[in-house]
Design a protein around this ligand. Structure first.
Ligand code: NAP
Ligand code: GDD
Length: 343
């Protein structure tokens, strides 16, 4: 039987890597895209233009807040796997558009689950859950599937709803639904408004003489950063098991934003020397004394998640999943890619 997948959020970082992975495994892949006034398919252009995929990769206009659209798509496409990656995914922005975030990142999940339940409850469902669910209780790190949740943003709260309806449809209707509780994962395709890509773009532009300095918010926040290409493999593995479940994907290693900045500048042989503290903290080139990094409070969030550190033991033992790309390799890959773009 042919494997058919529907991916919401196909134009996003993860959607693009997941599409590549599923197509390489022989799947027919359908992606949901929103209509934009400008082109938004940059991350999947290479797939759309690949003649090998012309009969196996299809895009459909839609929006996860539109339940009619979701029902129609499930009915027409007949997928056997659905990956729900679409979301207003920026934590900081969720404080500015809280109601929309609740709709797109939270309520939309039950619309999709209902469309599946009413059309074909045998469809396997992956929900893009997040380490932001753990949010405010750093003393419990490393965080695992059994760590209590305490979201610290409208985004985290919306994802909490999605997490629980995914569990609920498994328990109530015996559906094959899985939560991937994914810690931060990055790549050269990461959106430029997330901190890692903001940093690597700035490094490349500063070296190319196209940017003066990099302004950031909380330098002390700690994140467990992995490579997106490794994480989509885990998503797929979850849906290939005999039984559905919820799994943490993480590296079990955490770094501050400050350390990411240092590592990124090190890639271009610049050593950062920090002076001052709090909003007066500044990073200078240790050789030339040039100011390269400062803090701008406009990037602070109304509430912050201080520390994320994940324990992926369950995914490693049950799925056979393991991250392949190290922190250093990730930083290097991202800086090199941005250097290529701006030189
Ligand atoms: P991303 O790059 O921001 O992509 C989000 C995708 O969702 C885009 O394709 C976007 O489409 C789409 N989308 C947003 N609102 C939509 C709507 N109303 N209807 C249809 N599509 C909509 O996010 P990502 O990094 O790939 O993450 C994928 C998923 O995993 C998200 O749900 C995110 O919250 C979750 N997650 C990510 C991480 C991480 O570290 N990357 C960790 C844990 C969980 P447009 O291109 O039209 O905007
Ligand atoms: N975006 C951003 N911009 N973040 C900054 C900045 C800045 O200028 N300066 C410091 N930070 C800090 C944020 O306050 C946060 O503590 C950390 O850097 C990471 O921010 P993001 O890269 O925006 O990611 P995130 O951790 O908030 O959320 C990402 O990971 C989640 C999983 O833990 C997103 O991909 C979410 O969708 C995902 O669920």
């Amino acid at each position: 039987m042919k494997n058919v997948a529907l991916i919401t959020g196909v134009t996003g970082q993860d959607g693009s890597y997941l599409s590549e992975l599923l197509l390489s495994k022989g799947y027919e892949v359908h992606g949901l895209i929103r209509r934009h006034s400008t082109i938004c398919t940059e991350r999947i252009e290479h797939i759309m233009n690949n003649l090998d995929y012309k009969d196996r990769f299809f895009l459909h206009y839609g929006d996860v807040t539109d339940s009619c659209n979701l029902s129609n798509l499930i009915y027409e496409i007949h997928p056997n796997e659905v990956y729900n990656l679409a979301a207003q995914s920026h934590v900081g922005v969720s404080f500015e558009v809280p109601e929309y975030t609740a709709e797109a990142t939270g309520v939309s999940t039950i619309k999709l689950l209902e469309a599946i339940r009413q059309t074909n409850p045998a469809i396997k469902f992956y929900q893009a859950s997040t380490s932001e669910l753990f949010g405010g209780i750093p003393e419990t790190a490393p965080q695992s599937e059994t760590t209590p949740f305490y979201p610290k943003s409208p985004y985290g709260a919306a994802k909490l709803y999605s997490y629980w309806v995914t569990v609920n449809y498994r328990e109530a209707y015996n559906m094959f639904t899985c939560n991937g509780i994914l810690f931060n994962h990055e790549s050269p395709r990461r959106g430029s408004e997330f901190v890692t890509r903001k940093i690597t773009i700035a490094v490349a532009k500063i070296m190319a003489g196209k940017q003066d300095k990099l302004s950031l918010g909380n330098l002390n926040a700690k994140r467990d950063w992995g490579y997106a290409g490794d994480y989509v493999e885990g998503m797929w593995l979850m849906l290939q098991q005999d039984n559905p479940g919820d799994y943490v994907l993480a590296t079990n290693e955490t770094h501050t934003v400050r350390e990411f900045v240092e590592a990124a500048f090190n890639e271009v042989d610049v050593n950062i020397e920090w002076r001052g503290s709090g909003i007066d903290e500044k990073g200078y080139c240790s050789k030339t004394g040039k100011l390269l990094v400062d803090v701008n409070p406009k990037y602070f969030r109304p509430a912050e998640v201080d520390l994320l550190l994940g324990n992926p033991a369950k995914a490693e033992s049950q799925l056979g999943w393991k991250r392949k790309v190290s922190f250093r390799e990730l930083v290097s890959m991202m800086v090199k890619s941005d250097i290529n773009m701006f030189f």
